[in-house]
Design a protein around this ligand. Structure first.
Ligand code: DX5
Ligand code: ZN
Length: 217
């Protein structure tokens, strides 16, 4: 799998989400940020809305669950029609079981790490994961500044994936823009979430192609 651009709808118009997704036909995935006001100090939407959005588009949904009770709720998002479901390791009680449940429900299983969470303790979990998400901002809001301090962790994660010979995708999320995407790609990321960069552009779909070209170097 090559480079994938995954726009986040967090900064889109929530009153017109179907139309907002129709503006980004070049997206490989649509990133949906589920927030519960407990794991992060912000609140978005739940499985009913995600299911409606999944029905409204042919682009697969990439659910990013910023919720406290991940073990209980994550499989619901696979059942709601998401192609990929990401839970936070800081919230999961049993990440191996949870990844297996997500896969059994028909979605790709993915695990996210906040900026201060090290990757090394989870090395042996990589074969259980279809994707690892390294947050490049503290989760909770769009439009934050990219944290360069995560770049060494991206490199270390890529090295661990190479060592284990796994096909796990390496996603970055937060502050990804034309200014920062090259640094992420050079460090080893292959899947890029971009929220404000895409939805603040005059032509969101052209921005996706510009980000793709910048990531390709
Ligand atoms: C932040 C979310 C991100 C957010 C990214 O907690 O997980 O997906 O939408 O937005 P930008 O690209 O503006 O940082
Ligand atoms: Zn996200």
């Amino acid at each position: 799998m090559g480079i994938q651009i995954t726009p986040s709808i967090l900064n889109a118009d929530f009153a017109a989400l179907g139309a907002e997704v129709a503006r980004i036909p070049s997206a490989d995935w649509v990133h949906v940020d589920v927030m519960d006001n407990h794991f992060v100090p912000n609140l978005t939407f739940g499985p009913t809305m995600v299911e409606a959005l999944a029905r409204s588009t042919d682009i697969p949904l990439d659910a990013h669950l910023m919720i406290t009770d991940a073990d209980r709720h994550a499989p619901t998002y696979a059942e709601a029609g998401c192609g990929s479901v990401t839970f936070h390791v800081e919230a999961a009680q049993a990440p191996v079981r949870l990844a297996r449940e997500i896969r059994a429900a028909g979605a790709r299983a993915s695990m996210a790490l906040k900026p201060a969470t090290p990757v090394e303790p989870y090395e042996d979990l990589l074969p259980e994961l279809d994707m690892l998400l390294l947050m490049t901002v503290e989760p909770g809001f769009g439009g934050q500044k990219f944290l360069d301090l995560v770049l060494p962790k991206i490199r270390r994660a890529r090295a661990l994936m190479d060592k284990h010979g796994v096909e796990t995708w390496l996603q970055v999320d937060g502050g990804v823009s034309l200014e920062t995407i090259e640094r992420c790609a050079e460090a080893g990321a292959d899947t890029f979430v971009a929220g404000s960069a895409v939805y603040s552009a005059d032509d969101p779909d052209a921005m996706i192609e510009a980000l793709r070209a910048a990531a390709a170097g």
